[in-house]
Design a binder for this molecule. Structure first.
Ligand SMILES: NC(=O)c1ccc[n+]([C@@H]2O[C@H](COP(=O)([O-])OP(=O)(O)OC[C@H]3O[C@@H](n4cnc5c(N)ncnc54)[C@H](OP(=O)(O)O)[C@@H]3O)[C@@H](O)[C@H]2O)c1
Length: 389
């Protein structure tokens, strides 16, 4: 029988890669239950028709009219608005891809976990801003939570079958982004177009900027701590420009296990789609002889302060990771709108963390309230910076 699959964020980079893998699988292996996007109606409607989705939902209510027109007479259930997104995530499905970008994906991630099945988690921000809720929902729903972020998927693969107490540390690799070797003075003038051009990975806009500031790696340190139950000092980050090694696990006996592959998100997605088996995937293989060398170096804490901020937020605990994430999403959006400088992204995050008390938010409503307060504070900080320029 075909496995039913829902894709939350189907029109994005991860969503499209997920669909491409399913399309290449044997006919009848998968069927699509629900597809969710924000407002890209043209792509969503084309996907829904081509793959026979039972439901298609847009988060932005103003896109509903266009969706209705595009899918008229197709017999596909339609929905719009944030509550419809959560309802789509809650529909029974064997496997769900959580690939909405940002904390906007939190409620649907929780809904999918609460009804059980397998959740492939790309939406790292939901884990960063509400780890306790996400892990509790997975436990309560009896869901299997599989990491799709390439580094966490790599660590997950290296951990297979080994006792956690035997793990000394995990190592997350970072490409270093487009400005790995740039001096600070030059980084101060970075434009959105430059920051969106990642040298190795092809990704959506927000994660591309996070990679350029290295906040992405900071979010991933928090994600790893929560997913694998490790303290911050047992999670190391190494810059690895070739992006061939995605993650490593150092064991107590001195063994260092690494997962390698070409920098292509279809590999970790395929791993999560087929888990615990493996599926064939037509992805370029790593040519080690052509690669010839692997470099690893420590990240520069001066030019990339975001990594330190994320570690500090993780150690502070309570609401600090929620504040960090919300402030970062706000600052990245302002940078993309050319209303904030590149180096100001980390400064705004740091100032927002200093300005707000990081009390532990109790439950979803408190997390959403803290997220909103952090966004408002980050906007204030960014406007204050703009006023002084
Ligand atoms: N791309 C990668 O290589 C990669 C790697 C590791 C982890 N991730 C993580 O995966 C997630 C998705 O990344 P991406 O690069 O695929 O992003 P993306 O290309 O920007 O796609 C984002 C998806 O989320 C949808 N969306 C945006 N806001 C929404 C909202 N409020 N409600 C419902 N849907 C919404 C978008 O719909 P529209 O198209 O209609 O706007 C789109 O389908 C992020 O959390 C990212 O950190 C990505």
């Amino acid at each position: 029988m075909a496995r039913s699959v829902s894709i939350l964020g189907s029109t994005g980079s991860i969503g499209r890669s997920t669909i491409a893998l399913m399309e290449a699988a044997a006919p009848g292996e998968f069927r699509i239950e629900a597809l969710v996007a924000n407002r890209d109606v043209a792509t969503l409607a084309a996907q829904a028709v081509r793959y026979g989705a039972r439901q298609a939902v847009v988060a932005d209510p103003s896109a509903y009219g266009a969706l209705k027109a595009a899918l008229a007479g197709q017999g596909i259930a339609l929905g719009a608005g944030p509550d419809a997104v959560v309802e789509a995530a809650a529909r029974p499905a064997d496997w769900t891809m959580a690939a909405i970008v940002g904390a906007a994906g939190l409620r649907s991630t929780l809904a999918a976990l609460s009804r059980g099945g397998t959740l492939a988690l790309a939406n790292k921000e939901s884990l960063v801003c509400a780890a306790d809720l996400v892990l509790a929902a997975a436990a309560a729903g009896g869901a299997t939570l599989l990491p799709v972020d390439s580094e966490h998927n790599a660590v997950f693969q290296c951990l297979m079958g080994c006792a956690p107490e035997a793990v000394e540390k995990v190592i997350l690799t970072a490409s270093g982004g487009p400005f790995r070797d740039w001096p600070l003075e030059r980084m101060a003038r970075v434009t959105p177009d430059q920051a969106l051009k990642h040298p190795v990975w092809s990704m959506g806009a927000k994660i591309s900027i996070d990679s350029a500031t290295m906040m992405n790696k900071g979010l991933e340190v928090i994600e790893a701590a929560r997913l694998f139950g490790l303290p911050p000092d047992r999670i190391e980050v190494l810059v690895h420009p070739q992006s061939a090694v995605h993650g490593m696990v150092q064991y107590a006996d001195g063994s260092l296990l690494a997962q390698m592959g070409t920098p292509d998100m279809r590999t970790p997605i395929a791993h999560a789609l087929a888990w615990p088996a493996r599926m064939a995937a037509d992805i370029p293989r790593l040519d080690l002889a052509a690669l010839a060398r692997l470099d690893f170096l420590a990240p520069d804490p001066i030019r990339f302060p975001a990594l330190r901020l994320a570690r500090e937020a993780l150690m502070a605990g309570g609401g600090a990771p929620t504040i960090l994430n919300a402030a970062n999403e706000t600052a990245v959006a302002l940078f993309l709108e050319r209303r904030l400088g590149f180096l100001d992204i980390a400064t705004v995050v740091e100032e927002t963390l200093s300005a707000l008390p990081a009390c532990r938010p109790d439950g979803l409503d408190a997390i959403v309230a803290l997220d909103h307060a952090a966004r408002a504070e980050a906007l204030r900080q960014a406007e204050a910076r703009a006023a002084t320029v």
